[in-house]
Design a protein around this ligand. Structure first.
Ligand SMILES: Cc1ncc(COP(=O)(O)O)c(C=O)c1O
Length: 402
């Protein structure tokens, strides 16, 4: 077992007497013991609500919660903690962005997304366009499942008020050059980036990307589920009104009016998932302490090794770019005349966890003319032994399915 695997207790467990080979990190990552321990430590010793009271427990809990915001700020190189909004996850973040921008859009405005998008970055925009009578422009992928940055740029014009796009596809691992796109389109277009996958495989610098919004979930970054980040440029967030109202986000309330609190609280109504914020902080610190960017290079190598090995199989379709393309960590494929769910179910008998399905990307699947695919995805704990075991087990699976 490699050293990093030793930090992940679940990877030392067996299911039906088989060691776990976890190849589904694009769905969710496993948690290092440091994250698990930090959450139970907090619940055992320091739990209280945040931003509410002057008692010692509440002061300490607030301090830890705000430290988590500070760690997140540095993790993505944002300028200020005012730009870091805790949400329930990427889906929540994107919905908040869409619903807050609604009152700044008018008839004739256009919203642009791409055919690569996860449903979480389609539906909020589709819904908004339906409600406001706006045009939703969807930039198509090629028949191989590749999206061209030039197509995005050429399809954004003066009426494009929002471009919302993924930084990294959760089906093919394709990476989009956000910086180039942002530089090449109208400067008044809001660029909202779905960073759900890229946050776990690329070093993110929101200042360098120059995007207006960047959304991600903690559970894809080795932290707990139920929490995520909506990054937004401070001057933009100051202009927006939050779509959800409640306690903790106001300055003053009278019987017939209210005023908002300052950023970031304005966008955080209600009691947050405090223990998740503590675990999230530990996850980012864990990655920082382990030179996590070195593992990203390893993940890219694992992808190209897996693609080469899969090409040796008869009748395999691999979607997206080849092993040298601008992509990382994710490989989606089908084997002719085999059902992706059957393959995933049989691989489970060998302790291998992969995903079979449409990956919440039905328009993408429809374009490829398939109902779904097998998806293998890597995290920082995977190594070449995992690929060997996967390939050997896939051979056995296909024999059984013949
Ligand atoms: C690219 C992408 N966007 C958005 C999401 C939604 O993330 P969450 O379910 O954490 O809100 C996912 C999750 O799979 C994703 O892969």
């Amino acid at each position: 077992m490699n050293n990093i695997k030793l930090d992940f207790p679940i990877l030392d467990k067996k299911i039906r007497d088989k060691a776990i080979t976890y190849l589904d990190s694009a769905a969710s990552t496993q948690k290092p013991k440091q994250v698990i321990n930090s959450i139970s430590e907090f619940l055992e010793n320091s739990y209280e609500n945040v931003h509410r009271g002057m008692n010692s427990l509440s002061i300490d809990a607030t301090d830890l919660y705000e430290k988590s915001r500070d760690v997140a700020k540095n993790f993505i190189n944002s300028s200020s903690t005012n730009e870091i909004i805790f949400t329930r996850g990427a889906t929540d973040s994107i919905n908040i962005i869409a619903n807050s921008l609604a009152e700044h859009l008018k008839e004739g405005d256009k919203i642009v997304v791409t055919e690569l998008e996860h449903h979480s970055n389609y539906l909020p925009w589709m819904n908004l366009c339906k409600k406001l009578g706006l045009e939703l422009k969807i930039i198509p992928i090629s028949k191989d499942g590749i999206l061209s940055e030039d197509d995005i740029i050429n399809n954004c014009d003066d009426s494009t008020k929002v471009l919302s796009l993924t930084h990294m596809s959760n089906v093919t691992g394709q990476i989009l050059d956000i910086k180039k796109i942002k530089k090449s389109i109208n400067k008044d277009t809001y660029v909202a980036v779905d960073g759900c996958q890229s946050i776990a495989h690329l070093k993110i610098d929101v200042k360098d990307l120059d995007c207006d919004f960047y959304s991600f979930s903690s559970h894809k970054l080795y932290g707990p589920s139920g929490i995520g980040i909506m990054y937004g440029k401070e001057d933009i967030l100051n202009k927006l009104n939050p779509p959800t109202l409640g306690g903790g986000m106001i300055n003053e309330v009278s019987s017939n009016d209210f005023s908002y609190a300052m950023l970031p609280n304005k966008f955080e109504p209600g009691t947050p998932s405090i223990e998740a914020a503590i675990g999230f902080k530990t996850a980012m610190e864990y990655l920082n302490n382990n030179n996590y960017q070195d593992y990203f290079l390893n993940e890219k190598k694992l992808r190209s090794t897996l693609i080469k090995a899969l090409r040796e199989f008869k009748d395999v379709d691999i979607y997206g770019s080849n092993e040298d393309g601008n992509a990382t960590s994710i490989v989606s494929f089908n084997i002719k005349n085999q059902n992706f769910n059957d393959i995933a179910t049989f691989l489970d008998q060998y302790g291998i966890m992969i995903r079979g399905g449409h990956h919440c990307c039905q328009p993408f699947m429809k374009k490829l003319g398939i109902p779904g695919s097998c998806r293998v995805s890597f995290g920082i704990y995977n190594d070449l032994n995992d690929i060997d075991h996967f390939i050997e087990s896939l051979k056995k699976t296909l024999k059984l399915l013949q």
